[in-house]
Design a protein around this ligand. Structure first.
Ligand code: ZN
Length: 113
C-alpha cells in the first residue's frame, strides 16, 4: 500500500467516524422517563419525545395521549406529524456520506500524486 492510499484511507476513516459519531451521539434527555403533561402517567422517552425534547419542548405526552391528540387533528395536519421527515433526511445524509467519503479520499490521493 502506498503512502497516498494510506492517507486517503485515514481521511475517509476520520470522515466516517465523525459522521457516525454525530449520529450516535445525538443529544438526548438525561432522564429516561417523563411525566405525561396530560394524564401525568410516567412514560419512557421515545424517539418522538426525544425529538420534541431536542426542539426545546418542555411538555411531553405519553403514547396514548399522543395518539388521542393525533386523532383530534384534521387529517392533513395528522399527516404532517406522523410523516417521518426527520428519519428520511437522516437516511439521505448517510447515503450522501457513503457516496462522498470515497470521493473525498480519492480526491485527496489525487492531490498528493
Ligand atoms: Zn398521557
Amino acid at each position: 500500500m502506498s503512502q497516498e492510499l494510506i492517507i486517503g484511507a485515514v481521511v475517509v476513516g476520520v470522515v466516517v467516524l465523525f459522521f457516525f459519531g454525530k449520529i450516535l451521539l445525538k443529544r438526548r434527555p438525561k432522564e429516561t422517563y417523563f411525566m405525561c403533561a396530560r394524564c401525568s402517567a410516567v412514560s419512557r422517552h421515545t424517539e418522538r419525545t426525544i425529538e420534541a425534547w431536542r426542539n426545546n419542548k418542555t411538555k411531553f405526552f405519553c403514547q396514548s395521549c399522543h395518539a388521542k391528540w393525533l386523532q383530534s387533528r384534521p387529517p392533513q395536519e395528522r399527516e404532517r406529524f406522523t410523516s417521518s421527515d426527520g428519519s428520511r433526511s437522516g437516511c439521505l445524509g448517510v447515503v450522501v456520506l457513503f457516496a462522498l467519503a470515497p470521493l473525498a479520499g480519492f480526491l485527496l490521493v489525487q492531490a498528493y500524486v
